[in-house]
Design a protein. Structure first.
Length: 348
């Protein structure tokens, strides 16, 4: 059955233009193509077109697309930083579009965390004060917010920099402060909009590693926005690909690699390596296999690249186990090498 749905987006539209907020329900009746044509004829621009998807508890759901595809507009609609024109956004079954301003403030303070490309740190506050700031807004005591802020600073690897100011930190360190600040309130749902795109490639890779480490520890429900296909495939449990306001394909990375919805998606993924995208859970056999004395236990999200490195060190097979220790299946070396062979054939 799988984890419960944390966030649901139903037939969401965001339209810009004269008096777009007055558009009635009848405007959005019919196919998305017919509605878009109708809106265009009346001088309106649909930035998000009939978006529908679900994000399950503990999932990293990546929304990706090129600049102008509507991905950042969509995530702002999900958090109601901007109001959608039509549709529904449900958080634990509660319709956010029906929430009062007071209720939205409460949800943003306690249930949602947000990290954006521009770090948004307060330059006159120290690292400790920046991380503690949302707790101060919540009205927590000085002792409680200081303790929580120190815990988050240590979590993101910045212990010892509590008294530093943002100007004294590198770009990667500043983004870590932003992440710590968003985590301080203990959000059930975490929105990240291009959080690493302003960073140099090496630092960006390090921050992706940090992000995956944190997710392994915290199991947050995450909506992650990026224009980088390599980043999407590295981080995502599932990916939604957008083009000109529409979601054109949703699936696990391996599903999209093996069956792209159209030529546009195929071009996006042609440079993705199977050994980096295929996970242990994708090739695990449910039946037990005699894997020899040097079997290793791996998580479902381990990549074939990870497994190849372990085989090179003498591992004879793999047991795939979830976080609860439940065995999901096993993998023999031939299955790992078969993915490598498919990757080579695909790239010829």
């Amino acid at each position: 059955m799988g984890p419960p749905v944390k966030l649901a987006c139903r037939n969401l539209w965001k339209v810009y233009g004269t008096h777009a907020e007055r558009l009635g329900g009848d405007t959005f009746a019919g196919t998305p193509e017919a509605v878009r044509e109708r809106l265009t004829k009346t001088g309106h621009f649909p930035a998000v077109i009939d978006a529908s998807f679900e994000v399950r508890t503990g999932e990293i759901f990546v929304i990706m697309g090129l600049s102008g595809s509507g991905k950042s507009t969509l995530v702002r609609c999900l958090s109601r930083l901007i109001d959608p024109t039509a549709g529904h956004v449900l958080l634990d079954g509660e319709d956010l579009l029906a929430a009062s301003p007071k209720r939205l403030i409460e949800l943003r303070r306690r249930a949602m965390g947000m990290v954006f490309q521009h770090f948004g740190l307060l330059p006159h506050l120290t690292v400790l004060e920046n991380v503690a700031f949302p707790l101060r807004v919540q009205g927590r005591s000085a002792k409680e917010r200081t303790a929580r802020a120190r815990e988050m600073i240590e979590l993101v690897g910045l212990a010892g920099r509590e008294r530093s100011f943002p100007s004294q930190l590198s770009g990667g360190q500043q983004q870590r402060v932003g992440i710590a600040r968003s985590l301080a309130v203990g959000p059930a749902l975490w929105f990240l909009d291009e959080p690493f795109s302003a960073l140099d490639p090496l630092i960006r890779r390090q921050m992706q590693d940090e992000f995956l480490r944190l997710q392994k520890m915290l199991s947050k429900t995450i909506v992650f926005i990026t224009h980088d296909i390599q980043e999407a495939f590295r981080l995502a449990d599932r990916i939604a690909i957008m083009r000109q306001g529409e979601i054109i394909q949703i699936g696990r990375p391996t599903e999209i690699l093996r069956a792209p919805a159209d030529d546009y998606v195929a071009q996006f993924v042609e440079d993705i390596s199977l050994v980096r995208a295929v996970r242990a859970a994708d090739v695990a056999a449910a039946d037990g296999i005699d894997l020899g004395p040097h079997m290793a236990t791996v998580e479902p999200g381990a990549t074939i690249e990870d497994l190849l490195a372990m085989l090179a060190r003498g591992t004879t097979g793999f047991c795939v186990a979830g976080k609860d220790g439940r065995v999901l299946g096993s993998i023999d070396p031939k299955s790992v090498l078969a993915v490598l062979d498919r990757d080579r054939e695909r790239r010829r």
